[in-house]
Write a protein that binds this ligand. Structure first.
Ligand SMILES: Cc1cc2nc3c(=O)[nH]c(=O)nc-3n(C[C@H](O)[C@H](O)[C@H](O)COP(=O)(O)OP(=O)(O)OC[C@H]3O[C@@H](n4cnc5c(N)ncnc54)[C@H](O)[C@@H]3O)c2cc1C
Length: 543
């Protein structure tokens, strides 16, 4: 915990202007921006610990955090009907910085058209031209400022440090199949192949805890409590008045004079609302929870990106598998990182990639490829013993929709998560067509010197039906759940365009759950943009 001493009222509660639940990608941005002018007192509650685990700060360390329960909620979906009844593991950050402390570090905003679609759905102020200034405001772009980028913001965005020949060959191979070179996926157009940029600086992770919270920790008006699980929002009629949270075995209450801001992420925000009596009335009654507001949309419309990976056996011992599995090379890589913050440990969840259309009739790409100079059976598990590299297909705008529902009234019980991957024909076709195009790239001349064979799915898997089966057997998440407290104007929309909970006063949701639908890219940068914009709206409304 830090900040000045807490002042308790006669009833034992503490009082702040703003109480923020969740110090993740969004919560840390809010904490910094709302406390910056010194006029408001802010409490930031985080269920997890401080970000002192060393692997958080080493880019490749994200592989070690997938199953590290001290910093990860480690959720599971229910059996997924489209994936042969398999449950899909869902890592989520539970630590200062939230998922930005354990994520794959890729900085990809999505397509201009994503935000124009949000706007077209009636969300005034969320078109691309409206949100671009907030992406730029947040950004500290290593390449400098231009029409699409900012260089004065808190969030470092950098080029890769480790240049490996396979990642470059992937880009050339994509070019040989007709996919143009694109040096900036966040510029004028996303389409093409190129290197990713990452939220790092000097070879270290830049989570929002590092980029936004650390610079604000000296402020007397900002209090941060870790290991503090918010259990319930308390209401005065239809006005959210306080947060009840558990810390160190004690139940505490923090009152908000102005607003409560829920930033628990796409799973925990709707869970907290349902636990507090805001959600589908029948669900709440089933669990004996008093209904404050029958809000049937809370927990609906869950979306996620699925990925399905192709694994290649490499002809040369140049992959990360070779380094990690060789005792001397592994030690040298560690020493190189320790001394210079360089080398293979600076790799993120993708080095190069490509965005393309599976169907010429589409206006913008529907597939993203993440290329990696290593291979493994499952992310977070041991790398293969053989020299290997891999690339995954990710459909950018899935039609399938799922839900999040509490399983019980116990705030510590994990919620019931259903994503319904591959429930729609469009999704099934996009994944199969995406795999076919990826295979063409992997067989193109530029990669030929490096390829021995396709290990998975393997050349025996060739028909559309077999490829779809492969997707069902091996598909997993790209860790981008969104839209469970969707912004909009229809009866199922949970928040309005100023992110205020519809039907409740003094309460906003600010995180990935408010996205009207999933963006065509990675979700960390869009969440940071949302929180930057939300901060402006909150401060405007406080005047
Ligand atoms: C393994 C992984 C890899 C990813 N890779 C990338 C990538 O490469 N690029 C990219 O752009 N995106 C990536 N993402 C996604 C991206 O990181 C998330 O979309 C983004 O961080 C979500 O931000 P958020 O603020 O909505 O939630 P989070 O950042 O998850 O923050 C929620 C916070 O709230 C806390 N919290 C929840 N409930 C409570 C409660 N009741 N009381 C107190 N605190 C609570 C949580 O502990 C957490 O710290 C990845 C995510 C994961 C998990």
């Amino acid at each position: 915990m830090y900040g000045g001493p807490l002042m308790h009222s006669d009833d034992g509660a503490t009082d702040f202007d703003y109480v923020i639940v969740g110090a993740g990608s969004a919560g840390c941005v809010l904490a910094n921006c709302l406390s910056a002018n010194g006029k408001h007192s802010v409490l930031l509650l985080e269920a997890g610990p401080k970000d002192s685990n060393l692997w958080i700060h080493v880019p490749l360390g994200y592989g070690r955090l997938f199953k590290e329960k001290t910093v990860n909620w480690m959720y599971q979906t229910e059996p997924e009907p489209g994936l042969g009844g398999r449950q899909v593991f869902q890592p989520r950050g539970k630590v200062l910085g939230g998922s930005s402390s354990i994520n794959g570090l890729l900085y990809v905003r999505g397509q201009h058209e994503d935000y124009d679609r949000w706007r077209q759905r009636g969300n005034l102020g969320w078109g691309y031209d409206d949100v671009l200034p907030y992406f730029k405001k947040a950004e500290n772009q290593q390449r400098g400022a231009d029409a699409f980028h900012g260089a004065d913001g808190p969030l470092p965005v950098s080029d890769l440090i480790y240049a490996d020949p396979l990642s470059a060959a992937f880009i050339s191979a994509a070019g040989e199949t007709g996919i143009p070179l694109n040096p900036d996926f966040n510029g004028a157009s996303q389409e093409g192949a190129g290197f990713f940029q990452t939220t790092t600086r000097g070879g270290r992770r830049a989570s929002t805890a590092v980029a936004y919270l650390r610079p604000a920790t000296g402020r007397k008006n900002l209090h941060v409590e870790t290991s503090a699980l918010a259990q319930r929002i308390l209401f005065d009629g239809r006005r959210a008045s306080a947060v009840e949270y558990r810390r160190g075995g004690a139940l505490r209450t923090a009152r908000a004079r102005k607003e409560i801001l829920i930033s628990g992420g796409a799973y925990n925000s709707p869970q907290l609302l349902q636990l507090s009596g805001v959600g589908p009335a029948d669900l709440l009654r089933t669990h004996g929870i008093g209904v404050v507001l029958d809000a049937p949309g809370v927990g609906q419309d869950l979306q996620d990106h699925m990925q399905v990976r192709v694994v290649m056996r490499c002809a040369k011992p140049i992959t990360l598998n070779d380094i990690v599995n060789h005792p001397v090379r592994r030690i040298l890589a560690g020493a190189q990182y320790a001394a210079f913050r360089k080398g293979p440990l600076t790799i993120a969840a993708g080095t190069s990639g490509a965005f393309f259309k599976t169907n010429a009739r589409l206006a913008t790409p529907d597939i993203q490829i993440h290329f990696l100079p290593f291979s493994t059976d499952k992310m977070g598990e041991k790398l293969h013993r053989f020299s290997g590299f891999s690339a995954s297909v990710c459909q950018l705008r899935p039609e399938s929709r799922g839900s999040l529902r509490i399983r019980s009234a116990d705030p510590a019980a994990p919620p019931e998560i259903r994503i319904n991957y591959l429930a729609s024909e469009v999704d099934r076709t996009a994944n199969v067509e995406g795999l076919k195009i990826l295979r063409k790239i992997l067989q193109a001349p530029a990669l030929r010197p490096y390829v021995v064979e396709e290990v998975e799915p393997g050349t025996k898997v060739s028909t559309d039906e077999a490829l779809l089966n492969f997707c069902r057997q091996r598909g997993s998440t790209v860790y981008h759940p969104t839209s469970t407290c969707r912004m909009g104007n229809d009866p199922l929309a949970v928040v309005d365009q100023r992110l205020r909970l519809r039907g409740i006063e003094g309460l906003r949701v600010v995180d990935a759950s408010v996205m009207p639908d999933l963006v065509s890219g990675n979700t960390n940068a869009p969440v940071i943009m949302i929180a930057e914009k939300a901060s402006d709206m909150i401060l405007e409304d406080a005047r």
